[in-house]
Design a protein around this ligand. Sequence first.
Ligand code: SIN
Length: 529
Amino acid sequence: MSDIRKCDFLVIGTGISGLLFSLKAAKYGRVHLLTKAVLSDSATSKAQGGIAAAISEEDSIQSHIEDTIRVGAGLCHRDVVENIIRQGPAVVKELMDLGVDFCENEECDELDLGMEGGHSHRRVLHVKDHTGADIEKALIAKVEAESNIEIFEHHMAVNLYASNARVMGAYVLDINTRTIDRFIAKITVLATGGAGRVFLYTSNPDISTGDGIAMAYRAGATITNLEFIQFHPTILFHPQIRSFLISEALRGEGAVLLGPNRERFMDKYHKDAELAPRDIVARAIDNELKQTGADHVFLDISFKDADFIRERFPAIYETCLQAGVDITKEPIPVVPAVHYVCGGVKTDINGRTDVPSLYAIGETAGTGFHGANRLASNSLLEGAVIAHNAAMDAAKEIKESIDLVEMPPWDPGEATDTDEYVVISHLWDEVRRLMVNYVGIVRTNKRLIRARNRIGFIAKEIEEFYWDFVITPDLVELRNIATVAELIIKMARMRKESRGAHYNRDYPDQLEAPVDTVLKKGLLAIHDT
Ligand code: SIN
């Protein structure tokens, strides 16, 4: 039997933005909080570096604003950047009040501030190298204690539901019972994180399949700047340990990149060498790999004091040790991999999309904050600030009388159980390999055209397959990664220049007047066609 559930706020996703939004919205109405996995499964939990905020006396809000805009390569929306960065110090205080124990300096008289690429000052607050995990833990404890929030783990949103041109909830797959439940809500919030799994190599957790972006697009929301896929320069290169990030904070503490010949190379590419903006470091590594034919480079911090390394980077030290690398003694093999979607579902500063009653927050949203390239450790900050802005905005909206509508049952049509799982796994692999090979760090027109042609066929095949078989989590995610892949390719083809995280060898220069790319599908629909 499928369930029908009604609430004021339906929140999909449990990273920093989904959890904080839920906590704040719970003061104004009933919240249903969904995750397709367990509460702690989110990109936030994997964030190592920390959260950027201008809190030291040597630093200033203005300097943080200018760094964000410079790294964003002409596409940051200044009003959004100002709004978010001005709220940075208050966010830090709020997180501390919620129980996050940021590290202090050696004298224990001030918070310890890390350095990362693109920043002109030390301003990254951290809990050693497991900042995100500690933030997530603190927020989960509060959410679990809040009686106005009901948590649904292993519940995967499949499609948004619209009535009278507003989104009024979602069809949700209960992964344990395999039924499609109806979640009806006055406000629906997409906080599903990013889309790293659209690519074969990523630092993202398995849940990052672009679900929010794909659902919003199908519901008629505008998507923006998806071509700006940020690669993190240093992911551990290891056959078994996948997706493990080696934080930029190591470079902030002096770690250097070495080529296959163990020589430094970054000063050939940028005056700030290892601390250049991420797009530049990732492209430099890509270039070194292509020139030498090697499959990885190295990151070396072994010349620093061993006790300092173990104390400051305990999680990285332990994981590398398991991988057979003692980082206090030898360099770490690393490669770039997909890390962050700088664009997303287009929203205003309050997380509002252009579809009534639908909000997007966190990495799912394209607010204009990151522009063409995100400044390191700015994403937890954006997630927290937009969650706050959105909760205040949505609280006002539910005061207006929005009637909860009835939602028709999910129509499975003629769908039968598939015995064709091999098709799903084959297509998963094909999409992700195609994206990494043709839509990677350095793009060309030819490769983008090839990618467009292939993804067109694949998407059509998935669509036919989708309606013939009973829905499974793999099938829902496959459809979403294919949709997001198509959108990335379309937007990459729309941009006739190289800027920030989007580099096309056929258009190596920047156009004089920067513009955002936007894409929008037709009308709101219950079941997309
Ligand atoms: C890192 O620790 O290098 C990741 C920080 C970020 O992506 O903002």
